[in-house]
Design a protein around this ligand. Structure first.
Ligand SMILES: *[C@@H]1O[C@H](CO)[C@@H](O)[C@H](O)[C@H]1NC(C)=O
Ligand SMILES: *[C@@H]1O[C@H](CO)[C@@H](O)[C@H](O)[C@H]1NC(C)=O
Ligand SMILES: *[C@@H]1O[C@H](CO)[C@@H](O)[C@H](O)[C@H]1NC(C)=O
Ligand SMILES: *[C@@H]1O[C@H](CO)[C@@H](O)[C@H](O)[C@H]1NC(C)=O
Ligand SMILES: *[C@@H]1O[C@H](CO)[C@@H](O)[C@H](O)[C@H]1NC(C)=O
Length: 812
């Protein structure tokens, strides 16, 4: 008995000492440093993991990997800065009080920082479970890599609600790739095309556990058990585990091919990872694996291969998955399309169902002919007696045994054209991508900017007409009344009373036969904005809200288009706020602010259709006799039912100043409902500013307001009541919140309503918006590109990159 306790005591003591040894072994003290070649890594105590410089074919990256003493590449489980992981060779990684900094080894200039904390750092450690931590002086963790997972999940770690894993661009390129695994806050675990928003059209796997709580996380245990857990119970078992836990390593990863897998390996270093579970065996399932105008097909068993549509060639011969293009110059004035083009029939290929026109009751042959005749039809899909005409680009193509037959427009003369690529290798495979340098991609992007940034004029095509007729038929009961040109003349007394003019056309006052006053917006005769017109009619007729202008009718006849709205005696908000020295009382300004926010909230949260307006500005806020605001002018509005909000803003006519930065440049985020929030914020500020004449002339006006009112708590206005002061202050605070540069930091419009109507004390002070920092930044002209996501602008050109060149002057 006594001997047994001695043994126990011994075991106890030895476990303590080994734990202490572990700590000291892996503890990294301040001023420790790493360099890529001579001293690349810090190891965990057992030597399983290494943190530091990792050699890739493109250069060094800062990573955590399974350490490898043998001369072969080890597996990376975490990467610093996935947007741009490659660092120069002449750097040093130094642990300082301010964090882990990457410096130029000669100039000592700081290039980037890994890990941030408000507390001073006193040490760091590469733990044996694969977590790299920064510690404060008390030894507590202040930053850790498991809070910023990249492509892998290790045993004992979890992917928390809202977090995601990102695939690498390829097996050897550690940059952010084309796929992501998101643990959504709604409880669903979803795989998406990495450029997409979280919309179901772009998803290719979902655990279907949404609605099971908002604290569901993905967890991996050391026996290989992978499951969704809500904090108290298991929501779903993905793999059952129960495998040996000692001597075996497990790893969950979203691979470069978009498939999410569980791997195991023995501790023996020469052993290799083996996939023991994978979300699918279908290698063509990941959406976006093959780029636009191509499709995925199996090759040799189940390896995925991307192939171009007939007549199309890879964009860049080596970029796997970059998609395909054809040099088809379709001249719409040419009545005889069949002299230049023909249709090629393909079978068993499908892609995203995104037709612009559908012909019912057609035959296969009829479908082929209809597409050939229609200069904007590039591909027609014949399915169940329906002919679905589509424009480029096509997304998510894949080979599947289906009944569908597709017809692809190809050039008859392509053999004699200056496009000899037809004879080149048509398909390109997974292995080729591994050697691609990012420089090639950059060049490609640039050439596409040049080739495709000129937008073609859009005509009032037959399809637009068809679309309109179809819409009218479908929404007979809901659609606004249609008026003829003759009736319009009568209503407006031959267009006598002009109310206003804009870029779009002229607004006239009119009177219906029942005596109701109307505003008639006659659009400029143009071939360009057919789509906008339809958008406007469709968008507004689906809405009904006190803060949204009521569409009473429309006129549509060839190029003549007009919209009839209820008449607003007080015209638009800009008449009151744009000059400075506004006469509107604070109370009215505040009510207008709340009304506009409510109208926007209705648009953004609409139950069957979500609408993003994209052109919120005072000119588009109409005021009725009681100064009740009504949002108007839905020309740019996009219905976001299908594509949510990833929208090409080519040809935008939103108003500079009111346009959110992400609408110009993808660097700031993706255009979305938060872009409306930005415009709304600018408008709120202008409403407050309208009380001051200085707003117009003083370029530092907003800096002063931010400084004095928000920071130093000065009153907004001296002569007003407490209640008015509070409303004005709320408008300012909400305004500053709404114009944050990052869309994520802006509140939703519902939250803005809540803040405006709630207590002033419960609104936090907004960070100083970037655009206010003085001196104002001089943004001259910049180009933004949105590649790979192939935003489906309903343009007849292939637009693999939607680009926008904007000239913005920020001062004066
Ligand atoms: C660290 O950086 C993130 C993102 O840049 C930021 O949200 C967070 O507030 C920072 N944390 C600290 C303690 O500075
Ligand atoms: C959420 O779940 C995690 C475990 O998965 C748990 O630690 C945490 O306490 C839970 N949070 C809440 C708010 O329930
Ligand atoms: C998940 O697996 C565990 C055993 O590993 C089992 O006890 C549990 O009931 C399973 N839960 C579900 C939801 O299947
Ligand atoms: C990996 O897991 C499988 C069962 O899923 C098991 O058969 C195999 O032995 C494991 N590999 C190692 C190296 O333990
Ligand atoms: C398409 O699939 C069917 C089977 O559904 C097959 O009989 C046919 O040969 C396939 N066509 C082509 C062109 O591969």
């Amino acid at each position: 008995m006594c001997a047994a306790s001695v043994v126990l005591l011994f075991l106890f003591l030895s476990s303590i000492t080994s734990a202490a040894a572990e700590e000291t072994n892996s503890h990294i003290s301040l001023s420790s440093s790493l360099t890529p070649i001579n001293n690349p890594s810090w190891f965990s105590s057992s030597g399983t993991f290494a943190f530091g410089f990792y050699h890739t074919p493109n250069g060094y990256a800062v990573c955590i990997s399974f350490s490898s003493y043998l001369d072969r590449s080890s597996t990376v489980v975490w990467t610093a800065n996935t947007e741009d992981p490659i660092v120069p060779n002449n750097v040093v990684l130094l642990l300082t009080e301010g964090g882990l900094v990457l410096q130029n080894s000669v100039s000592k200039e700081t290039l980037s920082k890994i890990g941030n904390s408000s507390q001073p750092i006193a040490g760091a450690s590469m733990l044996d479970n694969g977590n790299f931590v920064l510690l404060n002086s008390r030894g507590s963790v202040v930053w850790q890599t498991i809070d910023h997972l990249t492509n892998s999940l290790l045993p004992g770690h979890r992917l928390s609600p809202g977090a995601q894993l990102l695939s690498h661009a390829s097996e050897t390129d550690l940059k952010k790739g084309f796929f992501r695994l998101k643990m959504q806050t709604d409880g669903n675990l979803v795989l998406y095309d990495s450029d997409s928003l979280d919309v179901s059209e772009d998803a290719y796997y979902a655990s279907r556990t949404d609605g099971r709580g908002n604290n569901i996380s993905l967890n991996l245990e050391s026996d290989g058990h992978l499951y969704l857990f809500d904090g108290t119970s298991i929501v779903m078992n993905i793999t059952m585990g129960g495998n040996p836990a000692s001597g075996v390593l497990y790893l969950v990863r979203i691979d470069a091919d978009g498939i999410f897998r569980v791997y195991n390996r023995s501790l023996q270093r020469q052993d290799d990872w083996r996939s023991i579970w994978s979300v699918t065996e279908d290698r063509c399932l990941p959406k976006g694996l093959c780029g636009i105008n191509s499709y995925c097909r199996y090759k040799d068993g189940n390896a995925a291969d991307c192939r171009c549509l007939p007549g199309y060639d890879p964009i860049g011969s080596v970029v796997w998955g970059a998609g395909c293009t054809a040099k088809l110059v379709v001249d719409c004035s040419d009545k005889d399309q069949s002299s230049k083009f023909m249709m090629t029939r393909i079978q068993n290929v499908t892609w995203e169902d995104n037709y612009y026109s559908v012909l019912d009751g057609s035959s296969e042959q009829g479908c082929e002919e209809a597409c050939l005749k229609d200069c904007s039809c590039h591909v027609a899909l014949f399915r169940d007696g329906q002919c679905r005409k589509q424009k480029l680009p096509l997304r998510y193509g894949r080979w599947l045994k289906v009944e569908d037959v597709a017809f692809v427009r190809v050039s008859k003369s392509s053999t004699g054209s200056s496009w000899p690529l037809r004879h080149k290798r048509r398909h390109f495979d997974l292995h080729v991508i591994l050697g691609v340098s990012s420089g090639t991609v950059g060049l490609l992007i640039l050439s596409f900017v040049i080739i495709y940034s000129t937008r073609r004029r859009r005509r009032w095509r037959k399809e637009d007409k068809l679309k309109m007729e179809k819409f009218l038929l479908k929404h007979q009961s809901l659609a606004p009344k249609r008026y003829s040109c003759k009736q319009l003349k009568k209503i407006t007394k031959c267009f006598r009373d002009e109310l206003g003019r804009g870029a779009f056309g002229i607004v006239y006052k009119g009177k219906l036969s029942d005596g109701q006053l109307v505003a008639v917006k006659v659009l400029k005769e143009s071939h360009d904005n057919a789509e906008e017109f339809i958008n406007e009619v469709v968008s507004i007729s689906r809405t009904s809200h006190v803060n949204i202008v009521n569409l009473l009718g429309f006129c549509y006849h060839r190029n003549k288009r007009a919209l009839l709205y209820e008449f607003m005696p007080n015209k638009s908000l800009d008449k009151f706020i744009c000059k400075g020295g506004s006469t509107l009382e604070w109370k009215i300004l505040y009510e207008v602010a709340v009304g506009v926010a409510r109208g926007l909230e209705y648009l953004h949260r609409g139950c069957n259709t979500r609408i993003v307006h994209f052109d919120i500005k005072p000119q588009n806020i109409l005021l009725d006799q009681d100064f009740c605001p009504k949002i108007s002018d839905f020309g740019l509005a996009k219905l976001c039912m299908k594509k949510q909000s990833a929208i090409s803003m080519l040809g935008t006519r939103g108003t500079v100043g009111y346009i959110a930065p992400e609408v110009f440049s993808r660097n700031f985020g993706v255009a979305s409902h938060k872009s409306d929030v930005y415009s709304y914020g600018i408008m709120l500020l202008h409403m407050v500013g309208s009380k001051y004449v200085e707003m117009v002339s003083d370029i530092y006006f907003w800096d002063k307001v931010y400084e004095r009112v928000l920071m130093q708590n000065e009153r907004v206005d001296d002569l007003v009541t407490e209640e008015e002061e509070e409303s004005a202050r709320k408008m300012l605070m909400v305004g500053f919140w709404c114009i944050q540069t990052s869309p994520m930091e802006r509140p939703s419009i519902s939250k803005a309503v809540e803040m405006l109507e709630g207590k002033l004390q419960s609104i936090h002070i907004p960070p100083r918006p970037f655009l206010l920092s003085s001196p104002p930044p001089q943004i001259s002209s910049f180009i933004s590109c949105n590649c790979r996501c192939a935003k489906l602008d309903s343009n007849s050109h292939p637009t693999p990159c939607s680009c926008l060149v904007a000239n913005i002057k920020t001062n004066g």
